[in-house]
Design a protein around this ligand. Structure first.
Ligand SMILES: *Cc1c(COP(=O)(O)O)cnc(C)c1O
Length: 444
């Protein structure tokens, strides 16, 4: 292989090591694994190419056209252009792209609308809320008190009547919605009405489902009464890793802008803006088709796993309306054991706490969480979900040797080596573009 040949020519063994590690990682995760971590995705070839740009070397403190440093006229243009694209996707004029992650987006939104000693009513951790919404995460770091809404296990969602009692009693400054284990849309409208009646801001964290929202298969919380959306840009939305905030009003947007810099971001990793813009355009073109296929795939995988003998949760609700499938694996060894065995077969999922677990069960929780957004990107359809369910059954239920199943997984992955729902680039163009991006003296 060319890479190995290249590596053997490097005279410094210290240099060989990191390159070899990355090379092994790339081959393994990009071509030999069924990647089903629900928070991950892969960028399109064009997005990856433009990610390699000189903006990664620059600094841009402040807002576009109001920076503290010189040299940023094109960065300013690109940032505003990308904001506009996301505005079109999210039906608002007010998009903030500077938070460098979903967690930083949350920190910014929480700090903009609450202070030390304020109270926040948050979506239940038991139901899958992200750690940043808790006393152990960002909320706690900001000194904001966490009070949870109750969770309805039957509905696999927030208990609205219970939430009403909590919100009306506590009268919090902020109410947060959104989950990391996210099977069904939250009742945004109902909760927003209650929150607004006590003067609270509603911050809906759609890190996991941004791609489903921009693809139009999930409702946009801003149209359902949420005041603010926070998100990551790399889960179902297949962009570079980063964060995003969108608001309904100009007033809230301005508040957010004053907090993001100087409080949580100095420089905002400018090279990702180009990749973000490319992804946004690709999602304008292919987003609906992509998001619809994700949801069909998740549903099919859930059904197939159930018919192979797995205990898929939320059967009464049709298992899922998102990119996720959640399986209760208590009777086949528990989440840690099952996730580990699957990894040995190159099937990558994560162990996950389920609503009945205690925090101390974190080491071996009841569940595994599966996301189909990346395999959908690699071009898999419903029939392929049936294959995945069979492979998982062999490892988890039949107790076959994972290294034997791994061989089948590697064979299976050979059919899916092209990223879909993306602009195609011909090989010769790719080589030329890469040269331009990498060579210091070469320009367009
Ligand atoms: C992943 C996630 C985050 C954190 O995003 P990062 O970009 O990893 O910081 C925040 N909220 C929810 C609901 C998430 O699932």
């Amino acid at each position: 292989m060319y890479i190995l040949e290249f590596l053997s020519k490097i005279p410094y063994t210290e240099l060989r090591e990191p390159l070899e590690i990355v090379f092994k990682h790339n081959v393994w995760r990009k071509t030999q694994c069924i990647n089903m971590i629900a928070s991950e995705n892969v960028m399109s070839p064009l997005a990856m190419l433009v990610y390699l740009n000189d903006m990664m070397h620059r600094y841009a403190e402040g807002k576009p056209f109001k920076r503290y440093y010189q040299g940023l006229k094109y960065v300013d243009e690109l940032e505003v252009y990308t904001q506009k694209l996301f505005g079109q996707l999210l039906n608002t004029e007010y998009v903030e792209l500077r938070p460098i992650s979903g967690t930083i987006a949350n920190a910014t939104a929480f700090r903009a609308f609450a202070e030390i000693g304020s109270k926040a009513v948050v979506a239940p951790v038991q139901g899958g809320a992200h750690v940043s919404h808790t006393r152990y995460g960002t909320l706690g770091a900001l000194g904001i008190e966490q009070i949870e809404m109750p969770f309805d296990i039957e509905e696999w969602n927030i208990d609205v009547d219970g939430a009403r009692k909590v919100i009306e009693e506590i009268k919090p400054r902020i109410v947060t919605l959104g989950f990391s284990l996210y099977l069904f849309p939250n009742p945004t409208k109902e909760i927003a009405d209650i929150a607004h009646s006590v003067g609270a801001k509603v911050i809906h964290d759609i890190a996991h489902v941004l791609g489903l929202v921009t693809g139009g298969v999930w409702k946009n919380p801003l149209d359902e009464g949420a005041d603010i959306i926070t998100s990551s840009t790399h889960k179902t939305f297949p962009g570079p890793q980063g964060g995003l905030i969108a608001t309904k009003t100009k007033e809230d947007y301005k508040k957010i802008g004053k907090v993001v810099f100087p409080m949580f971001v100095s420089n905002h990793h400018l090279h990702r803006l180009a990749a973000l813009a490319v992804t946004a355009v690709e999602m304008k073109i292919y987003g609906k088709e992509y998001a619809s296929q994700i949801v069909r795939n998740a549903k099919k995988l859930a059904e197939a796993l159930a018919s192979e003998g797995f205990r898929v949760v939320a059967e009464n609700k049709g298992y899922t309306q998102s990119h996720q499938v959640v399986v209760d694996v208590r009777d086949v060894g528990g989440g840690a054991y099952v996730a580990q065995r699957l990894e040995e077969a190159n099937i990558i999922v994560n162990k996950n706490l389920l609503p009945w677990d205690k925090p101390e069960d974190i080491k071996n929780p009841s569940g595994i969480r599966i996301g189909v957004q990346e395999v959908t990107r690699w071009g898999m359809k419903e029939d392929d979900m049936i294959e995945i369910a069979k492979l998982m059954r062999e490892v988890v239920i039949d107790g076959k040797d994972p290294s034997e199943v791994k061989k089948k997984v590697i064979e299976f992955r050979k059919n899916f080596l092209k990223i879909h729902y993306a602009i195609e680039i011909k090989d010769e163009d790719e080589a030329e573009l890469l040269k331009i991006m990498l060579h210091p003296n070469q320009v367009f």
